[in-house]
Design a protein around this ligand. Sequence first.
Ligand SMILES: C[S@@+](CC[C@H](N)C(=O)[O-])C[C@H]1O[C@@H](n2cnc3c(N)ncnc32)[C@H](O)[C@@H]1O
Length: 281
Amino acid sequence: MPDSHAQTASGLPTKIDTTVAHEARVYDYWLGGKDNYPADRALGDAIATHIPAIKSMARANRAFLGRAVRYLVAEAGITQFLDIGTGIPTAGNTHEVAQRLEPTARVVYVDNDPIVLAHARALMSSTREGRTAFIHADLHDPEAILHDPNLTATLDFERPVAIMLVAIMMYFRDADDPHAIVRGLIDAVPSGSYVVITHPTADFDERAMARVVLSAQQAGITFQPRSQAETRTLFAGTDILEPGVVPVVTWRPELADRPVTDGAAADPESAWYWAGIGRKP
Ligand SMILES: C[S@@+](CC[C@H](N)C(=O)[O-])C[C@H]1O[C@@H](n2cnc3c(N)ncnc32)[C@H](O)[C@@H]1O
């Protein structure tokens, strides 16, 4: 554990405040992890009263991350990843999926949550041939991420990079200009790079999602669902790959590492996230 009052080079506090809910820990709770506290579970359960299937939705989002990385390595030949909004390490972290297929793969993880920083060592379990790094930073300041020495020492921006923004952009209000943030990242990587985005949406049940937004707000967390059209606009500057920006469970399900046995997983409305991958021409 880091010193509870220390700050990283980024200047972000490293103190872990267990009295208020944190995005990474609520998500960890839904995924069945152990790195969460009563405040996180209270918000997780409050949201589950509005969306009873939230835990399987979170798992569906996580499963997409695995399929996306498998696609990028096996079909697109990508060996470099910038995974922003990493989350608490769990099964199938980006470097594990990528390095199983390509041991030389390199991954830079970025998260602003001190609890993810505390677990960063688990993200460093790279193959000998590959490399991983962790940056404690906030995506509100993308330039700080792009110029962080850990990034420049790990990734070669002369070669294509996959930018992973999986279940993070909902923490950005329109006033934060999420489009400019994503566009800035895309502009920084060379042609042939990719951006992977999932985004929760109210398109499947507006009223339930409005209650989720309120619960998050009451816990001090910004949460902005976006429509399919709004999510699509986050891919500006890239060509969106087939099958498009689609319900997360329907994005290339054949790339799953294990057969999908849950019948509900085939139902496009079973997880309220839009998902897609764009390629920078
Ligand atoms: C819902 S989790 C998603 C984890 C993982 N990407 C996945 O989809 O399985 C969102 C993560 O984004 C992180 N996050 C939220 N806002 C952030 C910001 N402004 N900068 C960096 N990370 C952020 C949270 O701490 C959390 O770990």
